[in-house]
Design a protein around this ligand. Sequence first.
Ligand code: CA
Length: 521
Amino acid sequence: MKYAQLFNPFQTPQSMPIPGSAQVPNSAGGFVWTLDRWAVLDRFLILGTESGTYYVDAPMLTHENAANLVALIADHGEKVVLRICEVSHSGRAPKNEPAIFALALCASLGSEATRAAALQGLPIVCRTGTHLFQFAEICDGLRGWGRGLRRGIANWYNSKAVEELEYQAIKYKQRDGWSHGDLLRLAHPVPASEAHKALYKWIVDGVQVGEFPRIEAMRRLQKTTSGKAAAELIRAARLPREAVPTELLNEVEVWEALLESMPMTAMVRNMATMTRVGLLCPGSEGVRTVVARLQSAERLAKARIHPMQLLIAQRTYALGRGFRSSVTWTPVAKVIDALDTAFYDAFANVQPTGKRFLLGVDVSGSMGTPVFGSSVTACEIATAMAMVTMATEENVTPMAFADSFRTLPISRRMRLDDALMHTRNQNFGRTDCALPMLYALERKLAVDVFVVYTDNETWFGKIHPAQALAKYRQETGINAKLIVVGATANQFSIADPNDAGMLDVVGFDASVPAVMRQFLT
Ligand code: CA
């Protein structure tokens, strides 16, 4: 009888579903579980789809996620709005665009109650002029400019203080074919105050009837040609970079003045430019300022900067050349180091669990795909997150796997870009997500928790990851857990939703270590 050799309920090849399970085929042809609709929504809001995945291009991946969103809006519209507001407000997503898109869908396709809720959530999700313009542009293509939408936009303007609106008008003049003038003309708000009235008049008609010192300074700046005079205006009115005419943006003294009141996110984004114009060079005052700010835990926490923004900034800056342009600069080592430290500091106050960890970073071909519309790959982000666990816990074995298992020679004192070297451009091979468990079994390693960083496109193995974990538990007597950190916004997971010892994690934000800790303890 060969049947028993051909079929073993505890060892199913990944190209077939586990008997009796609800597994479905993933994009690579292996069988995995699907996330529930809310978890799919979370992955979309947090990870986004603009880069697509190795298997699915951005339009298709966006379409799949939008279809899930539309179905959820039809069934639970108001709850969807709450979730969007929660994710956007908490800063868990490196980019806000997916939340803006989702909110615009709620405001356009939802029931009356859902639309009203979405417009109420507008100031929570759309915090800047740019966000508001993006929202307006999406709504414009999906629905008419009815009273509800006009009132929602009017409320956005009226709910902000005049000084804040003045800053918004300077900083975010126009985007996606929309300006504040366009929106104010459409929404036609009854001004919340006399000062609002004067500001609206200035924005819509260009007529100045009130005192707006920053707008006045910006006007004068437009006529300035000397860097020194520009720097004085910028300092006095604390003007942002967006208010500066392009031809002045090559002047070192202009950047010196801008840096004084530059918000953290803008500073991190402009490191390369500040280096190129000469403000940041070895030993300069500019470097001291930037480094001191990055080292201030208080400032970092207050700026609520996303760890992935720091990681992407560090990677991009260290490269010395632009991702989308041919611009080059000579990176300053101290700045690279400060960005590196800031990345770890963004995960501050993580208490170790004392558990024995085996980290499996998926380095198969598909993980070489870029994420978040940046040049950073899913695999590099996974490695960085593995470094965060290494920095916190004592007992950690980091491994890399594809269709074979290799040691990942990273250590807790290693700089990020050095650690990333070990997984960058090394993505090859077929994917078998069961390998971390099989490796531990074979080597008789005592492991309390397996963390697998993957896009869940596993297909190559002779046994499913969940079955390999069951086998590990049975043979070692250790009730090991499995945490799956999803790297892309697809709907798949190798974690069995019916096993309380497995957890799906979405995203790479500062709260991830605390979530893992809660689960493990
Ligand atoms: Ca793969």
